[in-house]
Structures are given as structure tokens and as C-alpha cells.
Design a protein around this ligand. Structure first.
Ligand code: SF4
Ligand code: SF4
Length: 353
């Protein structure tokens, strides 16, 4: 491998990434608009993709509803580290005479028509570059049935970032699909309170002449309602995410907009709780409440089952007057809600369950 490509692969690893790889525009050919590297850099020829792993020790306390902050801090740290590495690597390549652009790990979007890089949310947003596709084609991991990138040692509990460059780097090969540990265990689906994934249908993407399939996805608003922390009670009512919201997500897509308005209006009345990070667009704090489909997916199938069991036995989250979140049994949650005034109760659920 040439010296520049070796250095581009090594820099992320030296700075704390668990994996790094290179993909060229040929390796992404035939893909969706989100792999068009020229969107972030005219004349781009290659991208370096890398993954920062989260500390696995933060996952069980999160699923058991014992500690939300450890995991949230891990996620914020991994995001900041991945974006910081992207900046350093981009500067390194620029110092060698190649135009390069760092692609942040998260929270940068393009508009639905593929327009300029946007810092305003639109009805339908896409990342400026789809990290997971770059990662698959760079050999960092596989595409799980969930649609998430899954890596050989850290599963899906990684944060991805990239650098797009005009340097013609040497690509690293994708991992052989037959080595993927995804056995379609469906635990990503079982741990999702929103019904976002549809395991009955496949979605597929073509990248560099290879076809990749994963489960079809339902309307993105379903994930948004749960992943953003507005609501999170499971369909059985026996467990929840870290959200105290108990609103039902409508079956029909045409009812989602109205539900979104009602639920987010109720959410705006909740007392402030600790932690979170600032969301660029609204100055609201985003708090990690779900990410179950990502966090449950360990390479060890027994560990996946253990995590699902933790979640199922973790109870449901309710919120105290001072904003504190607490997990209690489903029965106790109902009793505590029943003691609230109708106005207070309406902040958390649309009807008594
Ligand atoms: S949780 Fe199971 S089905 Fe889902 S991506 Fe991971 S291994 Fe595949
Ligand atoms: S982040 Fe949560 S709501 Fe969104 S798909 Fe994953 S498990 Fe479902």
C-alpha cells in the first residue's frame, strides 16, 4: 500500500478509532445519492471511513434502567472523538496538498432534494454522506438486518465518521458477507418500541456492483418519536425506553403528522431532566432514550439475549415533578399516573392504559 493511504488508515487508529478503511468512488458506484462524495467535495476520489467504539460496560446499566448517563456520556464522547479525528485527518491530507473535507459523525443533513449542506431541519432529511455505506464498502463491518453497520468485535455500538478527499487512495476490501454474524435473531426488532423496521420486507442497496439487503423501514417519523425521547412505551406496556412518554404511535402513516404535533406539544411541558446535549437546530437538549436497535446488537448471540432480557425486566420510566426519571413496575406506573391531575397526566399519555 502507498505511504499516503497507509497514513490515512493509521491516523484514526492512533487517535482512538477501533476500525478504519478506505473506499473510492468506484466502490460506491451505483449507490444512492447519499454516497455521492462530490456532494461534500467536488472532484472527490476517495473517502476514509472509521469507527469509534463505545464502552460496552455502559450498555447493561442502560438496558436495566439503572444508569442512563454513563451510556449517554459514552455516546457523546464517541461522537466528539469521531468528528475530531475527521478534522485531524482532513488537515493531515490538506497538509500533503490534497483538498479534503471532514464529515461529522452526526447532526449534519442535506435537504430532501439533495441541495446544499443544511443546518435547518426539513420534512425529510438525509445525512450529507451515509456513513454506514462508506463503512461497509471500506471493510469496517457488515450491514445487519436492522440496517445498522455491525462490526466483528463491537457489534453496532460504534460511531462512524469519515473524511472525503481528492487524493486517490488505495481501497481496503469489504468484509465477505458470508462472515457476517447477523443471524436475523430479530432482537433489534423486538427491542424497538416504534415499529420502525419491517422484517417482512427487504430493502436493498447496490454499491460498487454488490447488492446489500436489510429490513425495509417504515415511516421515519416512527423512529423519530421514540428515538428523540418523546414517547417510548412498548406495545405490551411492560417495558419502555428511557422516555416517560406513554403515547401511542398511530398505525396509519397519514395520522403520524397530527400525532407528532400532539406528542411534541406535551413533551414541551415536561420538567427539565439532567444530561443531554444541545441539538443544533432548536437549542433543545437531546437525551439518549432509545438506540436499542444499535445497542442490543452484540456479536455474541447470548449477550444479545441477555440484553433483551434486561430490557424486558427493566420496567417503565416515569418522571417526578423535579424532572427525575425513575423505572418502576408497569402497575406502579399506572398508580402514579392515576394520582396525577388530568392536565399532568395528559403530559405523558393520551389515555389511561
Ligand atoms: S439484532 Fe440480530 S437481526 Fe438485528 S442486526 Fe443484530 S444480529 Fe441481525
Ligand atoms: S432508535 Fe429506537 S425507535 Fe429508532 S429504530 Fe432503533 S430501536 Fe427503533
Amino acid at each position: 500500500m502507498d505511504k499516503l493511504s497507509s497514513a490515512a488508515l493509521e491516523l484514526p487508529l492512533l487517535e482512538g478509532a477501533a476500525y478504519s478503511g478506505i473506499v473510492t468512488t468506484e466502490g460506491l458506484s451505483g449507490g444512492p445519492p447519499s454516497v455521492d462524495l462530490s456532494y461534500v467535495l467536488e472532484g472527490a476520489r476517495s473517502a476514509i471511513s472509521f469507527a469509534v467504539a463505545m464502552d460496552k460496560k455502559s450498555i447493561p446499566p442502560y438496558f436495566m434502567k439503572e444508569d442512563r448517563h454513563f451510556l449517554e456520556k459514552e455516546m457523546i464522547r464517541a461522537n466528539a472523538l469521531a468528528s475530531g479525528i475527521a478534522l485531524h485527518l482532513s488537515n493531515y491530507l490538506k497538509s500533503r496538498g490534497y483538498k479534503s473535507v471532514p464529515v461529522a459523525a452526526n447532526l449534519v443533513y442535506r435537504d430532501s432534494k439533495g441541495g446544499k449542506a443544511s443546518y435547518e431541519p426539513t420534512d425529510e432529511v438525509h445525512p450529507d454522506v451515509a456513513h454506514r455505506y462508506l463503512a461497509i464498502r471500506s471493510g469496517l463491518g457488515y450491514l445487519g438486518k436492522s440496517g445498522n453497520l455491525i462490526t466483528p468485535e463491537h457489534g453496532a455500538s460504534v460511531i462512524l465518521a469519515a473524511v472525503v478527499t481528492e487524493a486517490q487512495l488505495e481501497p481496503t476490501p469489504p468484509l465477505p458477507a458470508e462472515d457476517s454474524y447477523c443471524d436475523e435473531c430479530k432482537l433489534c426488532l423486538a427491542s424497538c418500541a416504534s415499529g420502525f423496521m419491517d422484517f417482512g420486507k427487504d430493502a436493498s442497496v447496490s454499491l460498487g456492483g454488490e447488492e446489500y439487503t436489510y429490513s425495509a423501514r417504515n415511516n421515519f417519523a416512527r423512529c423519530d418519536l421514540v428515538c428523540s425521547g418523546y414517547t417510548g412505551l412498548s406495545k405490551t406496556g411492560r417495558w419502555s425506553t428511557w422516555s416517560p412518554g406513554r403515547f401511542k404511535i398511530p398505525e396509519k402513516d397519514e395520522d403520524l403528522n397530527e400525532a407528532h404535533k400532539t406528542i411534541t406539544a406535551a413533551y414541551a411541558k415536561w420538567p427539565e431532566t439532567s444530561g443531554g446535549r444541545l441539538f443544533f437546530y432548536t437549542d433543545e437538549k437531546l437525551r439518549v432514550s432509545c438506540a436499542h436497535c444499535q445497542l442490543i446488537c452484540d456479536p455474541d448471540p447470548e449477550e444479545r439475549k441477555r440484553r433483551m432480557k434486561m430490557l424486558k425486566n427493566s420496567g417503565v420510566v416515569i418522571q417526578a415533578e423535579d424532572g427525575t426519571l425513575e423505572a418502576v413496575t408497569p402497575k406502579e406506573a399506572k398508580q402514579r399516573l392515576a394520582k396525577m391531575t388530568p392536565e399532568k397526566m395528559a403530559m405523558y399519555e393520551d389515555e389511561i392504559l
